[in-house]
Design a binder for this molecule. Structure first.
Ligand SMILES: Cc1cc2nc3c(=O)[nH]c(=O)nc-3n(C[C@H](O)[C@H](O)[C@H](O)COP(=O)(O)OP(=O)(O)OC[C@H]3O[C@@H](n4cnc5c(N)ncnc54)[C@H](O)[C@@H]3O)c2cc1C
Ligand code: SF4
Length: 557
């Protein structure tokens, strides 16, 4: 939107502009500087500091870090200090479970040699490496707009204006955004980036590909009693509490000093609109085989973030005139392993190498087609290709049979280098999978016990989320009447339940008679997970960037 009343923006010029200081963006920045220290590189990050918006498991396959910063294991300040010692996979039932023997798991599922830690801390460490090489990093600035040149090529981004009131008027603190112009622009916004969404639509990057698939991942960090701490243990489960028509699973990682990272991923192709991913997660922690780890411990942090899971067949075209998608903006998560950090780093490096070649040849603003042409034959492509059918098999055949078939498929790929299924399609996008509320049995969740399970508001408090309240609502409804006119009667307005931060509410003028419903958006609670942008059945919600610096302030997620 052009603001006529606003003064012109100032411009700064770079060789490469990078949006997002996650592992992908920072790896690209570091690689560019390693290749040629004279290349000018800027990174903008919407979090108040690097890492403030990063949320991951995280068990990290070190292949990316080993290539990018081969000396990282010797650095006393390295963020990843706990090596995986044990893998455990559990199939959970309502009151018990079965631990699967490790030998039936395909080798690629083993976490041997991987490291457990905080991805937020890892990005802070990467940022200090990048800055020492001369990369300019600006946290607290959201890239709100893509800049286009006269031939339609991307020429950089503009950071959002600050100091605009909710009614759109300029406040005394009004400050115009900056234009960051680059010969190439890398979009490294992570899953469901707001600029990536517009760029993909403009250049039709997803045409001819399977729809991208997503999950919502909820996570807490706990400090647990010393007797319950098992350093290096990596535990995954599937099954309970999720029922028919939904899939996902849990992770539980023991690392550093008595810390346990516990999380739950619900795939966003679930069908029951009364499902609440947040409450599934809370319920999971109360399972008899799980609860003991947390009793006597202290919950330190909470947050949520979407994770892409479409993999090989959903990856869009990665390049457009003047730039490229890297990391999870391109959906490079190996869904079966719940790992994307290594591919984020490798894709940032690959794109950087291709941009360096182009800049050295005096090119700018064109397509980095060498990046698009090489990623499928690289380690990223090899990693994703082997697991390409796991997600479609889960979606088609449900949890028990789907997991078994997925395992069989991964073994076939590992032993014989081929899949008996070819390459399966994902089918519908996630926003098309909900059934009408009249066609489902409503899910009733137990009340939180306040010891291991909690409510949403006390959880959001732990995410340290903060937004300037007097600013335009960054969750934009294309048609403001849809939540009450269509979503409420058809689906019970599922945003109330899928949002992990209690942002969306339906309030009634007459609560008793449930008359005069109104849709309320508590935008200040938003933890930037992007689930509403993905799952709204009418695709009526556009997540846009709020004022830079707003959002969660995750300590080390
Ligand atoms: C619950 C969960 C568990 C996971 N577990 C693991 C695991 O154990 N191991 C593993 O390897 N992977 C795991 N992943 C996946 C992994 O976190 C991602 O693959 C990885 O973070 C992708 O890196 P990225 O740099 O592409 O994006 P991100 O890490 O999402 O970083 C993107 C950055 O860009 C910033 N940004 C976005 N938009 C803008 C904008 N417009 N302007 C300015 N800044 C912007 C964001 O604030 C963020 O800092 C997990 C993911 C989730 C959600
Ligand atoms: S409003 Fe949307 S992006 Fe924000 S926390 Fe809720 S679902 Fe996530």
């Amino acid at each position: 939107m052009v603001d006529e009343a606003a003064p012109a923006r100032e411009s700064m010029h770079y060789d490469v502009v990078i949006v997002g200081a996650g592992p992908a963006g920072l790896a690209a920045a570091i690689r560019l500087k390693q290749l040629d220290s004279a290349i000018s590189v800027v990174v903008v990050e919407k979090g108040s500091e690097v890492g403030a918006h990063i949320l991951s498991g995280a068990v990290i396959d070190p292949i990316g870090l080993d290539r990018l910063t081969p000396d990282w294991r010797q650095d006393p300040d390295r963020p990843l200090k706990t090596e995986v010692t044990r893998d455990r996979f559990i199939a959970l039932g309502p009151s018990g479970g079965m631990t699967l023997p490790n030998w039936i798991m395909p080798r690629l599922m083993s976490n041997h040699g991987a490291f457990i830690g905080s991805l937020g801390a890892t990005t802070r460490w990467l940022a200090s490496r990048a800055e020492s090489l001369g990369v300019e990093i600006y946290p607290g600035f959201a890239a709100a707009e893509t800049l286009y040149g006269e031939h339609g090529e991307v020429q950089g981004v503009a950071t959002g204006d600050m100091g605009i009131a909710r009614d759109g008027k300029h406040k005394a603190s009004f400050t115009r955004g900056m234009e960051l112009r680059g010969k190439y622009t890398f979009i490294a916004e992570g899953a469901r980036g707001s600029l990536a969404k517009q760029i993909m639509a403009r250049y039709r990057l997803a045409e001819g590909r399977e729809p991208q698939k997503f999950g919502i991942g909820l996570k807490e960090v706990w400090s647990v009693e010393a007797a319950k701490f098992k350093p290096g243990l990596v535990q995954h489960s599937f099954g309970w509490p999720l029922g028919r028509g939904s899939s996902g699973g849990s992770f539980l990682y023991h690392y550093d000093d008595n810390l346990v990272s516990v999380g739950f991923v619900v795939h966003l192709n679930y069908v029951n609109p009364t499902l609440s991913p947040f409450d599934e997660f809370q319920r999971f922690k109360t399972h008899p085989l799980i609860v003991d780890t947390f009793l006597g411990g202290k919950r330190l942090a909470y947050g949520a973030r979407a994770i892409s899971s479409g993999g090989w067949q959903s990856a869009p075209k990665l390049v457009f005139p003047g730039g490229a998608l890297i990391g999870c903006a391109a959906g490079f998560v190996n869904f079966a392993r719940i790992k994307g950090t290594h591919n984020a780093i490798l894709s940032g490096m690959l794109a950087a190498e291709k941009a360096h070649e182009a800049l050295s040849a005096g090119r700018s603003g064109d397509e980095l087609s060498a990046y698009e042409d090489t990623w499928r034959a690289s380690d990223i492509g090899r990693d994703l290709f082997k697991v390409r059918n796991v997600k479609p098999l889960w979606s088609r055949y449900g949890l028990a049979f789907g997991v078994a078939l997925g395992g069989f498929d991964m073994w076939a790929n590992e032993l014989f280098g081929f899949s008996p299924f070819g390459t399966l399609k994902h089918g519908k996008p996630d926003y098309e999978t909900l059934k009408p509320i009249d066609a489902v049995t409503p899910i009733i969740y137990p009340k939180p016990d306040g010891r291991v399970s909690f409510d949403k508001l006390s959880s959001v408090f732990l995410s340290n989320t903060n937004h300037e309240e007097d600013q335009p609502i960054h969750l934009r409804l294309r048609d403001p009447s849809i939540p009450i006119r269509i979503n409420l009667p058809e689906y019970g307005e599922p945003a109330r339940l899928y949002c992990p931060a209690g942002v969306y509410e339906v309030v009634y003028g007459d609560e008793k008679a449930r008359r005069d419903p109104r849709f309320v958006i508590n935008a200040q609670n938003c933890v930037h997970c992007k689930t509403c942008d993905i799952k709204d059945p009418a695709q009526n919600i556009d997540w846009t960037t709020p004022e830079g610096g707003g959002g969660p302030n995750y300590p080390n997620m």
